[in-house]
Design a protein. Structure first.
Length: 290
């Protein structure tokens, strides 16, 4: 049993942050199925305490649902397609950007999608029927996708037999989501639009040098620090191989130089496309993503 536990921990440790989010989604999906079996029925509300309500008065008593709803799926095809999208987009995203940025976009996308969902159901009750609940990671996935489309608009992807620029693809997805507002899944498409809006604004601001997710990142770091053990090791580790210059170590300078090089490469991709990179630049970007 101990060996199995260690094997699972070892495999989880090798996953990137978005792959770990996929695992969490799958675990919660299975938990929902088990609860449905225990209740003897397959109604889609076995995880109701995690779902996001459309009414603000219901939301106030469970504020965590603005994030937790993005981890709830009841339909197999719903979670399958969301997780496939997340895996594919995540591979590209993490080859270009750091994991903290990915988490910022993912969670802020969920929050943005959830807020638009509640606002529209609250202020336009004649259009959207009240009493609905929002579930699914679609808003977060849309945020990651549209972020890439806005940050690297001229990057081309292979679409069947021809190449398609990312911004064309992103625009098509947003148009489909807007048209979906007049269909049977209006609430879900509201969340899609909210997530896409967040991804677009985040990318445009980041290109200007403004990381709008820094405040959220600091908040999440604080939350993590609260749950971390304050127990310190009695042994003091001394690093003798790092020479200091003006209070900074050689590692600090290396990290700074690497980040500047990454910024230059990303700017080149944004202006001329991924194919304009040299083989050395592509290799450096790949290693940095790892």
């Amino acid at each position: 049993m101990t060996s199995l536990s260690q094997d699972i921990k070892s495999k989880l440790s090798r996953l990137n942050v978005l792959e770990k989010i996929i695992v969490v989604n799958v675990v919660i999906f299975l938990l929902g199925l088990l609860l449905q079996l225990a209740q003897g029925t397959f109604h889609q509300s076995s995880l109701s305490w995690l779902e996001l309500p459309s009414d603000f008065s219901d939301f106030i008593v469970k504020p965590w649902s603005i994030i937790t709803y993005a981890f709830v799926h009841y339909d197999f095809l719903h979670i399958l397609f969301n997780m496939l999208w997340l895996y594919v987009i995540g591979e590209l995203f993490l080859n270009l950007f750091n994991p903290k940025l990915a988490l910022n976009v993912y969670f802020l996308g969920a929050i943005s999608g959830g807020l638009l969902f509640m606002l529209c159901y609250t202020f336009f009750p004649q259009i959207f029927m009240t009493g609905n609940r929002l579930v699914g990671a679609s808003a977060s996935v849309r945020a990651l996708l549209i972020f890439l489309c806005a940050y690297l608009p001229n990057k081309e992807i292979r679409f069947f037999t021809f190449n398609l620029k990312l911004w064309y693809f992103g625009l098509a997805i947003v148009i489909i989501d807007v048209l979906g507002l007049f269909g049977t899944n209006a609430g879900g498409n509201l969340a899609h639009v909210g997530g896409a809006f967040l991804g677009y604004i985040y990318a445009i601001q980041l290109k200007k040098g403004n990381d709008i997710g820094k405040g959220f990142e600091r908040f999440m770091d604080w939350i993590v620090s609260v749950f971390k053990s304050t127990k310190k090791s009695p042994l003091k580790t001394v690093h003798k191989n790092k020479s200091k210059v003006g209070g900074y170590t050689k590692t600090d300078f290396d990290q700074f130089n690497n980040q500047k090089k990454i910024d230059v490469i990303l700017d080149k991709i944004s202006k001329s496309g991924y194919d304009s990179l040299t083989s050395e630049e592509k290799e450096f970007l790949f290693r940095s993503g790892k």
